[in-house]
Design a protein around this ligand. Structure first.
Ligand code: HPA
Length: 267
């Protein structure tokens, strides 16, 4: 695995000749952030050796290198999900490659269903902690060069970056919610009983991604900042709908883009 990661990273390095400082993973309907990037190079996942290929509507599948907020970034436009059939070890492969490319921190976004009843569709929730219900991506032989066998998960989401987000949001007039993200396998949206269960165990939002990538990033010692766009309210009587998730994601994505860009400029 380590060899695969290194080979992929050196392929990319040779191809783009650009060392990013910050990695960004863009979730469903949130790819709009790339319009703010002064693009230096873009690679289709299909053209990167060893990269899985994304199959979900709304996920373009490109790695974009360029400047955002005056900083060097690499953004994943489209991510890999366990529900597409990839083991979580494969889902986190690009995160490990981005670390090899030199990133010092990771920004993550996703679309999720609100289970905190004070949340509204279109809210941005800063993830303060998570409950991982997906297979742990670190299962298997530990790659010692990347991190320890038993990584600590206290303050998984960087406190300083959360504080910075709060400051930036105040300056820019962005409303933020804060809460615990529950990562499940999907691809079904939760039953009403499952949403109630997620709430009972301490969750504020439900999604199908993020926790594997965050675990892999923390294993490698990368500070992480993550935001969920609340695209539906799980405990309401409305059924979940992928098209709606994409639409709501696009709207709230404008605010999320502003937040990420302003934060990155201040790091
Ligand atoms: N559950 C899981 N994943 C989601 C949801 C949801 O309600 N909304 C958007 N992604």
């Amino acid at each position: 695995m380590l060899e695969r990661i290194k080979r992929t990273a050196s392929f990319i390095q040779n191809k783009v000749g650009f060392e990013p400082e910050t990695g960004i993973i863009l979730g469903t309907g949130l790819g709009g952030l790339v319009d703010r990037i002064e693009v230096h190079a873009a690679l289709d996942y299909a053209d990167i050796p060893n990269f899985p290929v994304s199959t979900v509507k709304g996920h373009h599948g490109r790695l974009i290198f360029g400047m955002l907020g005056g900083r060097r970034v690499v953004a994943m436009q489209g991510r890999f999900h366990h529900y597409e059939g990839y083991p979580t070890q494969e889902v986190v492969f690009p995160v490990r490659v981005m670390k090899m490319l030199g990133i010092k921190r990771l920004f993550v976004s996703n679309a999720s269903g609100g289970i905190n009843t004070s949340f509204r569709v279109g809210d941005l929730m800063v993830i303060t902690d998570h409950i991982n219900l997906l297979p742990n991506p670190l299962i298997g032989p530990n790659i010692e060069e990347l991190g320890p066998r038993f990584p600590d998960m206290h303050n998984c989401y960087d406190r300083d970056m959360i504080t910075l987000a709060t400051e930036v949001a105040e300056q820019e007039g962005i409303k933020l919610q804060y809460g615990v993200y529950v990562g499940g396998t999907g691809p079904t949206f939760e039953t009403q009983a499952e949403y109630r269960y997620y709430k009972a165990i301490g969750g504020d939002a439900a999604g199908m991604s993020t926790t594997p990538e965050v675990i892999a990033a923390r294993h490698m010692g990368l500070p992480v900042f993550a935001v969920s766009v609340i695209t539906n309210c799980g405990l309401s009587d409305e059924p979940g709908d992928h098209e709606d998730v994409q639409r709501q994601g696009a709207k709230a994505g404008v605010q999320m883009t502003l937040l990420f860009e302003r934060m990155i400029a201040k790091l």
